[in-house]
Design a protein around this ligand. Structure first.
Ligand SMILES: [Zn+2]
Length: 40
C-alpha cells in the first residue's frame, strides 16, 4: 500500500496506483525505498 503524502488526505492507495484516488496527488512508489537487504 502507498499512503498519500497529502497531510489533509492520507488516503491509503494500492501500491501500483501512481496517483491518489482520493485527492489526485502524485504518489511516491514505495518500492523504490523498500530495502532489498538489511544493511548493517
Ligand atoms: Zn490523497
Amino acid at each position: 500500500m502507498t499512503k498519500c503524502l497529502n497531510p489533509d488526505c492520507l488516503q491509503v492507495n494500492q501500491s501500483q496506483t501512481k496517483f491518489c484516488q482520493s485527492c489526485g496527488e502524485k504518489l511516491v512508489l514505495r518500492e523504490r525505498y523498500r530495502p532489498l537487504k538489511i544493511i548493517g
